[in-house]
Design a protein around this ligand. Sequence first.
Ligand code: ADP
Ligand code: MG
Length: 330
Amino acid sequence: DAAINRIAAGEVVERPASAVKELVENALDAGARRIEVAVADGGKTLIRVTDDGHGIAAQDLPLALSRHATSKIDGSDLLNIHSFGFRGEALPSLGAVGRLTITSRAGDEAATISVSGGAMAPVKPAALSKGTVVELRDLFYATPARLKFLRSDRAEMQAISDVIKRLAMAEPFVSFILRDVSGGGEGRVTFRADSETGDMFDALRGRLSRVLGAEFADNALPIDAEREGHHLTGYAALPTYSRGSSVAQYLFVNGRPVRDKLLIGALRGAYSDFLSRDRHPAAVLFIDLDPHRVDVNVHPAKSEVRFRDPGVARGLIVSALRHALAEAGH
Ligand code: ADP
Ligand code: MG
């Protein structure tokens, strides 16, 4: 029902960047190796995400737009979540707050479906060589009150860029490209990261060099540690590469970007002997653990987590980083 979709949509889609996050995560869940995002007017008039993933079969297109329809879990094990998506809320929400068109190819046939203000048009045949193209136009046109809360095109574009960079750090073997197509046509490439090669640590260093700059990558110590089923990997920068704010702190739990007080506190704790209060460590850290031992379902935006054993996660970060810093002579 359109009204319910619109209310729920507000929780999932706060601004263009949240729409981009949902769409890029869907592309990653579909196994895409190349993801292109085109945006006009800070995402307010157009967001288009093109991927080369496994696509959606024509008969499944209406289902993909139905609330709580997800192909990613069968309902028997809500906690055992390995994909980004699992709520089946993003597409119906986007279809409630903008004009959404999905064109996709699975197998030999491609098809397209559109939904606008919650009203779905019938599936039609389409031409597409591979993957999926999701186009969201005129975000919040049906809810002008929300439109007013959006920031400038520039600020919204910055937020979109941040979302893509975070996901690009988590997926170094996937190519990402962001275009600003505000002026029409091919537009201007504002971020590009080609797929990295080598082992996970090589690939991640390459990707971090691309996203955060060579200086971060050159000053970063590899982290690889384990405690009670919690695996910690990534790079932590030398104290000399600290920042005046927490801008260079990127934390991921089971591959999802998170902002979590516990983890940020642990990161600070690891550097407490080396940094004054006004300096912030820089690090990109991934914690991977059994999904049953962490709740990523705290909020629809999925950026907060709740650990079953918070002390283990914290202790692991503090000890692994202190160890790496000590090895580097600190
Ligand atoms: P969720 O990701 O939580 O399952 P969504 O509303 O984001 O819910 O997507 C609904 C369904 O549509 C997904 O479960 C998936 O089957 C399909 N889907 C969405 N985007 C893509 C895509 N880019 N490629 C392939 N399938 C997709
Ligand atoms: Mg999704």
